[in-house]
Design a binder for this molecule. Structure first.
Ligand code: PCA
Length: 211
């Protein structure tokens, strides 16, 4: 099995993004699955094609996109992507869409195929905070999650895909009082556990609730 794991590059005022810092340190193999790692730009108009090209050339079974969610506590697997770009700030290409559909002929929203209940439970079992998120926002993270789902619906019906947000690193909150953060080692541990769970749960349904 092949899993493409992507991480965004730094954006806004931050010089580092925990997403690609985590992704690039993942082992090359997790639970016998081959891990392909890719840094992607925090840019609405470019990130989708970068991931699309990699899907076409590498034929992964799964795509897991990882992004930073400053202000969130713990790792949050996302359940749903919505057909909306609405930037609170401009992206790395200085582009800021307001209230734009992502794909004119796309669904209003797509659910992930990943077992988010089991993944969240597995991360908590490692002693790390985790909860399922019901909104990936309307910035570039929601955009890539939506784009991969749209491609799945139109081009790659066998693909399973989803998204996880991770918090700021401690170095990012030095001048942000009372802001949650999580160490890189904990991020890596949590993402590895989530991927292990995806592999173990392959072909099974994610029925149990996490509570
Ligand atoms: N987080 C942003 C985009 C890139 C990233 O890492 C988001 O949550 O949309």
């Amino acid at each position: 099995m092949k899993i493409l794991v992507t991480g965004f590059d730094p954006f806004s005022t931050d010089k580092i993004n925990p997403a690609f810092e985590t992704v690039k340190r993942l082992p090359d193999s997790i639970a016998d699955a081959t891990i392909l790692k890719l840094e992607i730009p925090t840019a609405f108009k470019r990130c989708g094609e970068v991931v699309h090209q990699e899907i076409v050339s590498a034929h992964p079974d799964y795509v897991l996109n990882v992004g930073q969610a400053g202000g969130r506590f713990g790792i949050t697997p996302e359940r749903i992507a919505i057909n909306l770009d609405d930037g609170r700030i401009a992206d790395n290409d200085n582009y800021r869409p307001i209230n734009q559909p992502i794909e004119a002929d796309g669904a209003t929203a797509y659910f992930t195929q990943l077992p988010v209940n089991a993944m969240t439970r597995a991360i908590r079992k490692e002693g790390l905070p985790s909860s399922i998120s019901l909104s990936a926002g309307t910035y570039v993270c929601n955009h890539i999650m939506y784009e991969v789902q749209y491609r799945r619906a139109t081009e790659f019906p066998e693909l399973k895909a989803g998204f996880m947000h991770i918090p700021f690193l401690p170095t990012q909150v030095v001048n942000r009082p009372n802001m949650p953060s999580q160490s890189l080692d904990d991020d890596i541990c949590g993402v590895v556990e989530a991927i292990k769970t995806m592999v173990e749960m392959d072909g099974r349904s994610d029925v149990d609730s996490i509570e």
